[in-house]
Design a protein around this ligand. Structure first.
Ligand code: ZN
Length: 286
């Protein structure tokens, strides 16, 4: 057993809090509903304190957007968000004060990208992109063993998109940009158009092909910019049966001999399973 690490997967609907160690074992975990920061975060701290509190480090993989500039007075806080009560919420600070140890914090998708590169579907690849397609869309990239950061973190879900010809009238569902990638292909945009989630629509419903087409267009853009050896597609929408293969088929047509590589080898599902969030928090610490 390695050093004892406190792990926090801070999500928009729930926090998963766990105790792990540097040998990649997770020994305990719990689930705390995400309500208001003044309730949820102290509950997470108390649960961790009840398990000894003697942590070598805290790893936090959080929903965003986050201020990740270490020199900023608001480092470790949520910045602007449409989620009520959470704009400006201090995520890292309460854990740093409670346990007096180093805190590593990044977005949940960056944590997942790093964990998949280190232990999962991206092992051995020089450049890996992880895209989660769920209630939102987020992306993280590991290049040469390091996560891409700039002013803060990438916002790959908010790239501009071409419009599918059969979907041209939908205004998009992103509160900030309308018809960005997230506004066109995340879960809420699917419900806004068709009333149910993608997995609840019959396999011959055109929605499957429209969503796959958008994800393939986005993959083309990320391929052109980053040249990833793996594009890992995860998240709740991607668990729709058949969707990954539809994306690969569209990608094959789009790449059409220009970009090298077989889409079936490059566009892949995550490999780490239900503990990805906590493993992401752990990867951020190591
Ligand atoms: Zn957007």
């Amino acid at each position: 057993m390695g050093d004892k690490i406190a792990l926090v997967e801070a999500g928009g609907t729930k926090f998963i809090v766990g105790v792990g160690d540097t040998s990649r074992q997770i020994h305990a975990r719990t689930r705390i509903e995400t309500t208001r920061p003044e309730d949820t975060i102290p509950a997470a701290v108390e649960w961790l304190r009840a398990r000894g509190g003697d942590y070598a480090a805290v790893g936090i993989a959080s929903f965003g957007p986050l201020d990740l500039d270490r020199a900023s007075p608001t480092w470790g806080r949520i910045t602007r968000t449409a989620k009520p009560h959470w704009s400006g919420a201090d995520i890292a600070g309460p854990f740093a004060r409670a346990f007096g140890c180093a805190v590593a914090i990044d977005t949940d998708v960056n944590g997942a990208a790093l964990a998949e590169w280190r232990w999962g579907a991206g092992q051995g690849a020089a450049t890996v992109l992880y895209l989660t397609v769920g209630t939102g869309i987020g992306g993280g990239a590991v290049v040469g063993g390091r996560l891409i950061h700039g002013l803060s973190h990438p916002e790959m879900g908010h790239i501009r998109m071409p419009r599918h010809p059969a979907d041209a009238d939908f205004p998009g569902h992103c509160p900030f940009h309308g018809d960005c990638l997230e506004g066109l292909a995340a879960g809420p945009s699917i419900i806004a158009r068709w009333g149910v989630s993608l997995s609840d629509l019959s396999a011959d419903h055109p929605a499957h092909d429209i969503i796959a087409w958008y994800l393939a267009q986005a993959s083309q853009t990320f391929r052109a910019v980053l040249d990833p050896a793996r594009i890992i597609l995860g998240g709740g929408v991607m668990s729709t049966p058949g969707l990954l293969d539809r994306v690969r088929a569209h990608v094959g047509r789009l790449w059409g001999g220009y970009f090298p590589g077989n889409p079936d080898d490059i566009i892949v599902p995550p490999a780490l399973g239900p503990d990805t969030g906590l493993l992401g928090a752990l990867a951020l610490v190591r």
